[in-house]
Design a protein around this ligand. Sequence first.
Ligand SMILES: Cc1cc2nc3c(=O)[nH]c(=O)nc-3n(C[C@H](O)[C@H](O)[C@H](O)COP(=O)(O)OP(=O)(O)OC[C@H]3O[C@@H](n4cnc5c(N)ncnc54)[C@H](O)[C@@H]3O)c2cc1C
Length: 290
Amino acid sequence: MAFNIIVLAKQVPDTRNVGKDAMKADGTVNRAALAAIFNPEDLNALEQALRIKEQFPGTKITMLTMGPGRAADILREGLFRGADDGVLLTDRAFAGADTLATSYALSMAAKKIGSYDIIISGRQAIDGDTAQVGPQIAEKLNIPQITYAEDIEKIENGKVRVKRRLEHGVEIVECPLPAVITVNGSAAPCRPRNAKLLQKYKHAKTITERQVEHIDYIDIYSSRPYLNLTEWSVADVNADPVQCGLSGSPTKVKKIENVVFQAKESKRLTDNDAEIDELMRELIENHTIG
Ligand SMILES: Cc1cc2nc3c(=O)[nH]c(=O)nc-3n(C[C@H](O)[C@H](O)[C@H](O)COP(=O)(O)OP(=O)(O)OC[C@H]3O[C@@H](n4cnc5c(N)ncnc54)[C@H](O)[C@@H]3O)c2cc1C
């Protein structure tokens, strides 16, 4: 028994170092101004996929990411750790997408990939922080979903059993395949890069990267097809451009501000009701909660 697994991975701005030019005037992220990293929980998702591949030889892991050209780095990172293939969904028409438009585009790419038994994503991306994309993709593909996964325990008789980490404990659930599973940061960390795979895939490139970098040693790309990273546009995945990017996004990010708490702003509270009430009123007034 072998499985086809799609691992969703997002290239995210390193929000640990957000500067004042992090956002453009239209409320979208100024990605050029921020270091780009592999979304942390997507590494946990990749590790779960790699464990299934160890257990079921012949299993194929395809990395899938939607983003600008440099998001191909995410695909290479997945290959260096044990994935088998990578697809970059990139097109100006995808830019500025909210979760609805993002999940639509990714679901169209999953349909184009065709056979998938499990689609594994991180629970949440550290920039948008909505945790909506995984569940939305399951809806669009009309397949079951298991979220907040901490461990994919077993796959048997066409069903997957998963341990979920919830606020107040764990839960073991099961569902039929194909399914979408979103993985928590409390799951096992991802294994590091494998030196042999790094050697094997260091020249893996998308066609655009090869053109931009004037890489012409055509030979190795024809003799080693695994070095060709797939690159798909809106048209390649038969997506409706109106449902993509800003035009497909009902959510408009109105304003983003960088909230950095200064020590002087902290204050010590007792468990006195009046003080707690005062704190709650303050947090509601400054939109930190509610
Ligand atoms: C500060 C900020 C606030 C935002 N607020 C909202 C909002 O309130 N509502 C809204 O609809 N949009 C919002 N967006 C836009 C949103 O970030 C994008 O739509 C994004 O592509 C998906 O949402 P997310 O980052 O919340 O991902 P999440 O839903 O948190 O991501 C969950 C998982 O889905 C997968 N995934 C997500 N995006 C991709 C991708 N591009 N490629 C591959 N896999 C992916 C990853 O595995 C990820 O771990 C916001 C963006 C920013 C920067």
